[in-house]
Design a protein around this ligand. Structure first.
Ligand code: URA
Length: 196
């Protein structure tokens, strides 16, 4: 994670991070967004999910993963024995890229302090990276998901599970069974590593 010192820092609350984000105008995505999609969930979550960026429904609602990908995510959470209220969900970029294009490097750069601070605040045991953008952000690798998924990775304090993006599996149906397998693996990991 860029700039991460892997030491639990002094407490920073999600409310404080959200307040600093304010009505952010740090990158051009502010011109076209309807709402900033900061993130939702349990501030003490053991598992934090990181997606790519808001889509149309998320932009309109101001909440992550509320469209078709979100329904898939809900089903996947159940496979891991988790409910949405147990976890925290955020994205690499907080504002919707027009027409759901990929976020640009300068947009990711502008937004990255906020995700970094969210991670510091929640201090989860496991970070689940949904898709390439989250994986590249957290694991600092250019390697593709296909070669990284299917096992837990360790980076500093965090265990990281890179997996396919739940929206991608709606187009590549053959990826869904890998996603299912990964979330079952997550469930097993949580059972084997009870909260301390
Ligand atoms: N895809 C994402 O990456 N994030 C969302 O919040 C919704 C869809």
């Amino acid at each position: 994670i860029p700039g991460h010192d892997h030491q639990r820092p002094q407490e920073v609350t999600l409310e404080e991070v959200r307040a600093v984000l304010g009505d952010c105008r740090l990158c051009p995505l502010c011109e076209t967004r309807h709402n900033i999609v900061f993130g939702v969930g349990n501030p003490n979550a053991r598992v934090m999910f990181v997606g790519e960026g808001p889509g149309k429904n998320e932009d309109l609602k101001g909440e992550p993963f509320v469209g078709a990908a979100g329904h898939n995510l809900d089903d996947l959470l159940a496979l891991a024995g988790l409910r949405r209220e147990d976890v925290y969900i955020a994205n690499v970029v907080k504002c919707r890229p027009p027409s759901n294009r990929n976020p640009r490097p300068e947009e990711i750069e502008a937004c990255s302090p906020f995700l970094r601070e969210q991670i510091r605040s929640i201090w989860p045991d496991v970070i689940v990276c949904l898709g390439n953008f989250a994986t590249h952000f957290v694991l600092r690798t250019e390697a593709g998901i296909t070669g990284l998924r299917g096992r837990m990775h360790q980076t500093g304090h965090f265990v990281v599970m890179p997996t396919f993006h739940p929206a991608a599996a709606l187009y590549h149906r053959e990826w869904q069974s890998y996603l299912d397998d990964d979330f079952r693996m997550l469930g097993r990991w949580l059972e084997e590593h009870p909260a301390s």
